[in-house]
Design a protein around this ligand. Structure first.
Ligand code: 5RP
Length: 226
């Protein structure tokens, strides 16, 4: 049976097939998006795609994209033709949870400007409801974070500050992340509004109504959710 890495790559290649010469492409972050960036670089180096400009959603993806020979520019107000990214959870209506890789803010800032957001994932990311498997990452300001966490715990008690070692995880934007456990019955748009209205919250890992389609790879092949 194909391992998860093979499946991630299969999904990524399907998304890269949508990229045409001259496009401005949002480059996602994570172990699945990595395969898309590598394949884009390969096609550019092979002359199969020309005039591609990448806009990276993290320092890590920026570095990788340059390593594989892509031209990378910073995000400006111009639209992107397409963005390709992974996700932590994909609901049947293509609402997403993202941010376990910690890049949610730059991902959202970039992908909201994309005419098409294409999600690539292996089958383990598909859920019936958001929060079924993954926590909801909430990016919070480092200043006053203990107070912000109290405000968040009052709404979502099950969460905790992301802290892999002695220090809290630091995002590319110098912020921290609170990983919130979602209760069973939530309305994502309502919760998103509530969290965004909480002092100290910068953004959440809810990506609602943004994705156009998802390529989901399983041992049976790649299926397309639209
Ligand atoms: C990073 C993200 C990633 O897209 C998400 O975590 C999926 O990553 P992976 O492909 O490694 O499972 O949102 O902020």
């Amino acid at each position: 049976m194909a391992d998860l890495e093979t499946l991630k790559k299969e999904a990524a290649l399907r998304a890269v097939d949508l990229v045409q010469s001259g496009m401005r492409v949002g480059l996602g972050t994570g172990s699945t998006a990595k395969y898309a960036i590598e394949e884009l670089g390969r096609r550019v180096q092979a002359g199969e795609l020309t005039g591609i400009v990448g806009v990276a959603t993290s320092e890590a993806s920026d570095t990788l994209a340059r390593q594989v020979g892509l031209r990378v520019e910073v995000l400006d107000p111009r639209a992107l033709d397409i963005a390709i990214d992974g996700a932590d959870e994909v609901a049947p209506n293509l609402d997403l949870i993202k941010g376990l890789g910690g890049a949610l803010l730059r991902e959202k800032l970039t992908e909201v400007q994309a005419r098409r957001l294409i999600i690539i994932a292996d089958h383990t990311k598909v859920v019936n409801r958001l929060g079924e498997k993954a926590p909801l990452p909430v990016e919070i300001a480092a200043f006053g974070f203990l107070s912000t966490i109290e405000r968040l715990r009052a709404q979502l008690p099950g969460g905790r500050l992301r802290q892999p070692g002695a220090q809290p995880f630091l995002t590319d934007n110098g912020n921290y992340i609170y990983d919130a456990q979602l209760p069973g019955a939530i309305d994502p748009p309502t919760l998103e509004r509530q969290l965004k209205g909480t002092l100290g919250v910068v953004d959440t890992g809810f990506f609602l109504g943004m994705a156009e389609r998802a390529f989901v790879a399983s041992p049976d092949g790649v299926s397309e959710l639209t």
